[in-house]
Design a protein around this ligand. Structure first.
Ligand code: B1M
Length: 219
């Protein structure tokens, strides 16, 4: 049973989606995350076990390698695709309340900003680490975030910005969210940001990469 879980974690780490997928070349014709997740469920492995010991482990391994510049965006995207494919099989168990999530994470690219590639990577990594992710997309106003906080009290918030002209919109959003929902954890990121800027605008944490975001949320 644990061998199957390790094979699944390996598929996610290396982005092997299904048997038909030619990537990565060294795993050609082998079962991928799709087939192995179905097999694991058929063999009675619990969805919780799959989430905690295969999906999260695979995403954590690739996330660390990404943070250390050992793999790059395409590899991370393939891993996320493998994880999403596997996740489809366990989604019915989430809906039935049989699988616990670590919390809710609301994420979006800040108002005025349309860049979403980095934000999507963060969302996928956080989801792969066992959180429920509400992705509000791009050009997200503070009102939109607060609507979600009304529906999900205690959720953590993530904001991404890629432009020096839009990162300034974070300050206002952080201030109003903190006033209306004290205690809300706000995480910021994006190429022009720094930890100093994060502190200046009153956010809780800055991460230069998705893995840092995952580690902060899990801690
Ligand atoms: Co634009 N763009 N762009 N662009 N674009 C940049 C950002 C720019 C640096 C290019 C340049 O001039 N050299 C420049 C910004 C300059 C500045 O602000 N100082 C720029 C500009 C000026 C613009 C426009 C204004 C251009 C114009 O129209 N005149 C315009 C603005 C549109 C708008 O947003 N309102 C514009 C438009 C676009 C496209 C639509 C064409 C496209 C975006 C497509 C999309 O995202 N769907 C685009 C792109 C692709 C880029 C570049 C080339 C690549 C950005 C990217 O996706 N990087 C970029 C130049 C560059 O970086 N070489 C550029 C890859 C991505 C994985 O990295 O987003 O940094 P990144 O995310 C990282 C980390 O930052 C971190 O994790 C990710 C993985 O490590 N991270 C977080 C990100 N968010 C996080 C959140 C977290 C934690 C970590 O917690 C919540």
């Amino acid at each position: 049973m644990s061998e199957l879980i390790e094979r699944l974690a390996h598929c996610i780490e290396f982005g092997k989606i299904n048997k038909a997928s030619p990537y990565p070349p060294e795993m050609k014709e082998e079962d991928g995350a799709d087939e192995l997740t179905r097999q694991a469920l058929d063999e009675g492995i619990s969805p919780q076990d799959l989430l905690s010991n295969a999906f999260e482990v695979g995403m954590e391994r690739v996330g660390k390698k990404f943070a250390e510049n050992k793999v790059f965006v395409p590899q991370l995207l393939m891993s996320a695709k493998a994880m999403n494919t596997a996740m489809e099989h366990i989604k019915p168990f989430f809906r039935a309340g049989n699988v616990r999530r670590k919390g809710v994470f609301i994420i979006g690219t800040i108002k005025g900003d349309l860049h979403d590639i980095g934000k999507n990577l963060v969302a996928m990594m956080v989801e792969g680490s066992g959180w429920e992710v509400i992705d509000l997309g791009v050009d997200v106003s503070k009102e939109k975030i607060m609507e979600q906080l009304d529906q999900h009290p205690g959720a953590a918030v993530g904001m991404s910005a890629l432009l020096t002209t839009t990162m300034v919109n974070m300050e206002n959003s952080v201030k109003e969210i903190k006033e209306k929902y004290p205690g809300t954890r706000i995480l910021v990121g994006g190429a022009p940001l720094t930890m100093d800027y994060c502190k200046k605008i009153g956010a809780d944490f800055y991460s230069p990469d998705p893995q840092g975001a995952v580690e902060y949320l899990n801690a």
